[in-house]
Design a protein around this ligand. Structure first.
Ligand SMILES: [Zn+2]
Ligand SMILES: [Zn+2]
Length: 137
């Protein structure tokens, strides 16, 4: 079977933090646009494909819009700056951690644990900000 090109590398699903942000702030406005269908969609309109385990698909053409949704999370105009900045910091730390732990595999675990603790700390800060700023509905 032919390997699909790297353009079609598997899409990383949204993290629990990214999903939480969407549910807190983004239910009342569109979070992605499908270029093929030339339509914008609400989070609730996107569909999941249970067979492939993919989520956030265009309801019309089934294109995977996960990356577009993720882009929205970090660019949402509704989200308070404080929350968005913390979310961004967390994302960068987590990406850095993945890289580091590959490099540090042979070195002391303690470095990785320290980095993980820092990520947890940032995540706690994000959730505190999230709860403090949650729009009352
Ligand atoms: Zn939003
Ligand atoms: Zn579409």
């Amino acid at each position: 079977m032919a390997q699909p090109g790297s353009r079609y590398s598997p899409v990383r699903p949204l993290t629990p933090d990214e999903r939480a942000l969407l549910f807190y702030y983004c239910l009342n406005h569109t979070v992605t646009r499908c270029l093929i269908c030339a339509r914008s969609y609400f989070l609730s309109e996107l569909v999941a494909d249970l067979l492939s385990g993919r989520t956030h698909l265009c309801p019309q053409c089934r294109r995977d819009l996960t990356e577009n949704v993720r882009t929205h999370v970090y660019a949402c105009g509704i989200m308070p700056d404080e929350v968005r900045q913390k979310a961004q910091a967390l994302r960068e730390m987590a990406q850095h951690l993945v890289k580091e732990s590959r490099q540090l595999r042979d070195k002391a675990d303690v470095l990785i644990r320290e980095a993980e603790a820092a990520v947890e700390e940032t995540r706690r800060g994000l959730w505190q900000a999230l709860k403090a700023t949650r729009p009352s509905t």
